[in-house]
Design a protein. Structure first.
Length: 122
């Protein structure tokens, strides 16, 4: 399993950049990460926890924002995950390496098949 070598929170550009031990890099828009929050509340119940993220729904940014897309801190959880805290206080999401990897692959596949998609801020 691939693990991150470096994780960079780029607050200015509202992105999280993960460099993996295998040499690949993933670059996530913070709003996409927040929409992908894997906690039971955000997933709509425990039954949906652990399911792969639905990329299409992540890229629909609601007009009325009910969540913060600003990450105030990012803490390691053991050696298997990170836990962001968002500026509205939400910190229940544990993002494991496989989950982040899956999200990254999904976003890349999506960008490849639909070139109208551009990450926020580009
Ligand atoms: Zn959540």
């Amino acid at each position: 399993m691939s693990k991150p070598k470096h994780i960079t929170l780029d607050r200015k550009n509202q992105r999280l950049i993960i460099q993996w031990a295998d040499g690949s890099t993933c670059d996530y828009a913070l709003n996409v990460l927040r929409e992908a929050c894997p906690c039971a509340d955000c997933r709509g119940g425990h039954a949906n926890m652990g399911k792969p993220p639905d990329i299409d729904s992540l890229l629909v940014i609601p007009l009325v924002r009910t969540k913060s897309y600003e990450m105030t801190s990012l803490e390691p959880v053991g050696h298997y995950a990170v836990k962001p805290t968002w500026s509205d206080g939400h910190d229940a999401g544990i993002y494991t390496w496989p989950y982040l990897r899956e999200l990254c692959d999904g976003l890349e596949a999506h960008a490849g098949k639909d070139n109208r998609y551009r990450p926020i801020g580009e």
